[in-house]
Design a protein around this ligand. Sequence first.
Ligand code: FEO
Length: 406
Amino acid sequence: MYCTRKVTEDIVWVGCDDRRLAMFEGVYSVPGGVSYNSYLLLDEKTVLMDTADWAVGRLFLENVTQELDGRKLDYLVIQHVEPDHSGTISDIIMRHPEVTLVCNEKTKGMLAQFYENDITERVLIVKEGDTLCTGRHTLTFFMAPMVHWPEVMVTYDSEAGVLFSADAFGTFGALNGALFADEVDFFADYLKEARRYYTNIVGKYGAMVQSLLKKASGLSIKMICPLHGPIWRENIAAYVEKYQLWSSYTPEEYGVMIAYASVYGHTENAANILACELRDRGIRTMMYDVSVTHASDIIAEAFRYSHLVFASATYNGGIFVSMEELLRDLAAHSLKNRTVALIQNGSWGALSGKMMKEILSGMKDMRILENMVGINSSVKNDQRKMLEELAEQLAESVRREKEALA
Ligand code: FEO
């Protein structure tokens, strides 16, 4: 049975929740599920904004059929070819052979790569600033390359003041009936997943997100309709402000995130001592065991905090495996502009600190503190003293950076 909600008088959400997906993109756990949003504009012409993943295809197609209520589908706007949004295009074409696909040139090429259908005959190519009048509404298309794929575009409906924002402003988590962000306590309950979504999905492309934000700032936006997560119609500025911080790699919290890899607990002990010393100095801390917490959560926290400490045992002559994976993932996500300290441990041939430094040195604007703390097996008085000194140095740095911001 169909399950839809009205967005405005003539725009309907026809998307679906998926709570059975374990790993989004095969990488990111989604314990709260995910929504695949699609919107149907019922103007003099009918326009479907993107489709949905095949996993929810049956309900999605039923939703579209129900809301069309016997009308033909005139246009399908394809903002993003990633299969979580294009997976049911073939089915839409089969059911609505009259449909015109509205997309850009890059999208056309990508569709041919992913799908068998010959779509050449039914494509209307649009470029930056092109418009499509559907009756009362006029849609304007803006290219948003690399937010999150090169073909991405967003669509502005000037009549309704709606920005269909593709992956931008999305969130992990099923909607659970709450289509609008103002129907939940978003900043208390959803922000963590929104940050994890942003940093892991588009975090690498901050400059492109900034460019999209600049374009959007020139529009009169009453509502943002993303492809995942709730719609924004209140307090939009607060969420845009988060996007400004994330996309400019500006920390949200001035404090220290400590990520550690410990085999028998001694590296963890060093990390705990450092955290206690920092708290004694009034500095906010957060700690993660990289063997327990998924890298996507730690990446989100690394984007959040101003200062990062990585502590790792030496393992097989290198960095402990889950720490190496985290650091390479952070580098791949192009995190920048952080102050970093290192702790290495090794019962013999300690090398993890040197190798962690090599990875971090390849990242932009990373200020790596010189005095790395070295432990040989377990923490002794000498190393405790070094951890206290490191806490003092980090605390001063946190205060200094925070003051510089004020
Ligand atoms: Fe939700 Fe980049 O697809």
